[in-house]
Ligand binder design. Sequence first.
Ligand code: THG
Length: 397
Amino acid sequence: MPNVPQLAQSRRLRKTPFTSRVMQQGVVAFTVYNHMLLPTEFDGFAEDYWHLSRAVQVWDVSAQRQVSIRGRDATRLVQLMTPREVPRVALDRCVYLPLADEHGRLVNDPVGIRLAEDHWWLSIADSDVLLWASGLARGAGLDVQVQEPDVWPLAIQGPLAEDLMARVFGEEVRAIRFFRYARLSYHGHAFIVARSGWSKQGGFEVYVDHVELGQRLYDELFEQGVDLDVRPGCPNIIERLENGLLAYGNDMDSRHSVLESGLENFIDLDADIDSLSVQALRAERERGLARRLMGLMIDAPDGARTLAENPFITGAEPDRLPLPLPEAITQQSRITHCLGSQVWSPRYRQQIATAVIDEPLASESDTTLRLADGTVSRAKICTLPFDFAGEGVTGVV
Ligand code: THG
């Protein structure tokens, strides 16, 4: 038997208030996200996926760390960090905020929550926003405190999430609209409860800021949800890729601009805002894009990989380490792709992937990929989110 290396534990690899519970519940793999454990698999990606699309799951997404920005200049600092206009964001709102540097390159893509006029939480993806935000605040002489509060989000996702949440928090949860939040009492403590989460199956996120009550809440969600077939879960690569939810660090990262990442609908380049990245992004829009994040529908069987397996990490996301990039072969030339995530879709029965593709290949409709085993597969290049019906692909219901 080949030796399977383990990820060594240390204090730098942070646990969450729910880690011992998800381990008891049979988590199969973790990833490391914001220096913290994030579950990636329980009963296999496909089984987790089918269950998520029919029932309800509770996810320990504590690794979605909060960067708290508070003080007189809080909104000014948030505006410096994002090319999306923020001053008018309402107080009960969650807002998707691409963060970008002075070159227009993506630094992170958090969900921003405006807690008060002068207080924001950025619920971040996997990069060290705290350091960047602190440096910007210091450099610009802003009157703000930037810190990471003790908050561990739990997500409740799936078509039965609302019914489960109503049993635990009361009927009020049903009134919360998409990307809004309310403060709801649980045993006398007000938790921020948002209708959000990293799936398209519907659901909520609870921003747990009280360990004991959070653990009680976690257990109660399982007690109250037995007849709803509640299970532990986690962001599911199949579900999120089929539905075009992008993962910073996998699909796009600090090498890619906000526009190359296809996030133009979430920014306000024509607004009069004081943001680090607007000039660079306006210039890029003017110039035209050199490459773009696209979807790939790959004509290859379950198990086919376009990247070599990495022995240190199991599961469908072995792509995090710098590995040789696969090459696309066109009639005229060989153009290197930057492949993002890739997974077998059991619903559409094909491989789906993302790739940042150089122009002019990004505008073509087909390409050819060399797979890790040396074979060559045809792939359709498509816009994101995937339009399976439009591409003539029918799914298993
Ligand atoms: N919830 C919270 N924090 C997070 C995530 C989350 N931090 C990390 C990561 N996920 C950040 N990235 C995203 C990406 C997409 C979405 C949320 C966070 C998302 N997008 C919706 C969509 O694309 O349809 C809606 C966007 C909108 O309409 O504004 O939900 O999931 N707390």
